[in-house]
Design a protein around this ligand. Structure first.
Ligand SMILES: [Zn+2]
Length: 377
């Protein structure tokens, strides 16, 4: 069993709905606890099931607002109360205490026995409806707990984790992350950068320019800053989305993915390149590939950053200098003329083909951090 916890992206209406359910859960828990205490004093032996029966038949009908909320919530509130008492009787926890508002706001729901599928960014929760998470998640679970922390809502659940390998159309693929394009694959596929991103970027610099003379801290300035911040977020999301699509495609359809371990800090010293590299999110790319290859049963190979993938001819092995502005590799030796990035990606793919003897070098993505094919000889 594994568990996940992910921050929810909610609109105001949904936030209210979450708060109402958390309030419902707290109300039932506290009601149950007070009745339990009273019954105990009166010499009865209360339990969660009996309390729930009293609640369903006598108390719930008196509170019409409860009809608008999921009935699963109170079921779990009583289950939780029963478990809290169980721990108390076993001597491993203190006597259950009343829940305070906004201190422990949470509730649990399920799908009446049917599994709940979480897949990607959008999730249909029973009763609650569609919600978004900030990161894609994949899980099949029986119940979900939603809780509030520092003003934000989180979804958590546990699930049985079984990696699901997908059929692979390509054995080995080399991927060159580019400046002009997002990525070039050794089979010739080119993934272009997201265009809308540049549109927003232009808007962003315009806003920053317009904001230059405003008094810092003034209402006007603050309004503009807010606009700038939300545009930044939008640009970041577009980029994230493009990267997720690319890494999912790679991990699902390719047996082994070969990428270069980029010396990002060294490259960031070159200012023209710096922005572009930061934009494309190389670190994020690698991080995503590491966990997605694990999900889909593929392998990630990270090639030593000193391997001259751009400078080497992918056909004959000739090595020559390749300044960044030269977009085509023209080999004086075998006379091939090939796109710079495609040449590099083919070289990356060949790194694995050439070193197939050292199959132990092709490690699973989980262990691939820091691994270089060179290091294994
Ligand atoms: Zn050549």
């Amino acid at each position: 069993m594994k568990s996940i916890r992910s921050k929810l992206k909610l609109n105001n209406k949904q936030k209210t709905l979450m708060a109402q359910h958390a309030g419902y859960s707290r109300w039932c828990y506290n009601w149950g606890l007070s009745l339990w205490n009273q019954a105990y004093k009166d010499g009865y032996k209360p339990n969660a099931r009996k309390l729930r029966e009293v609640f369903t038949n006598h108390t719930k009908p008196l509170h019409p607002w409860m009809k608008d909320l999921s009935s699963r919530v109170y079921q779990y509130a009583f289950i939780n109360l029963g478990e809290a008492f169980k721990r108390f009787f076993q001597g491993i926890a203190a006597h259950p205490r009343f829940k305070k508002k906004s201190k422990s706001d949470s509730f649990t729901i399920d799908n009446c026995g049917k599994p709940i599928e979480l897949n990607g960014w959008n999730h249909k929760l029973p009763f609650i409806g569609w919600v978004k998470t900030y990161e894609p998640i994949e899980a099949t679970t029986k119940k979900i707990t939603i809780s509030r922390q520092a003003g934000s809502w989180y979804l958590s659940c546990s699930y049985e984790f079984t990696p699901t390998p997908t059929p692979k159309t390509t054995d080995v693929v080399g991927v060159d992350l580019g400046i002009k394009t997002l990525a070039t694959l050794s089979d010739g596929k080119v993934v272009t950068s997201v265009k809308s991103y540049h549109k927003f970027e232009a808007k962003l610099s315009r806003l920053q320019y317009l904001n230059r003379n405003k008094n810092i801290g003034s209402a006007n300035w603050r309004a503009a800053q807010l606009k700038i911040a939300s545009l930044h977020l939008r640009v970041a999301n577009i980029r994230k989305d493009a990267l997720h699509k690319l890494t999912t495609y790679l991990a699902k359809n390719h047996g082994t993915i070969v990428i270069e371990d980029l010396n990002v800090s060294g490259m960031l010293a070159n200012h023209k390149l710096a922005k572009s590299i930061a934009d494309q999110g190389f670190y994020e790319f690698r991080r995503q590939l590491e966990y997605k290859t694990h999900w889909y049963g593929s392998e990630l190979v990270v090639v030593d950053r000193f391997f001259p993938s751009s400078k080497t001819c992918s056909r004959c092995g000739h090595v020559q200098d390749m300044p960044l502005n030269v977009r085509t590799y023209d080999c004086p030796n075998c006379e091939i003329s090939i796109d710079r990035d495609l040449n590099a990606s083919i070289n990356l793919r060949k790194r694995v083909r050439n070193s197939e003897v050292s199959s132990e070098c092709k490690t699973h993505s989980r262990d691939a951090v820091g691994l270089t094919v060179d290091a294994c000889g």
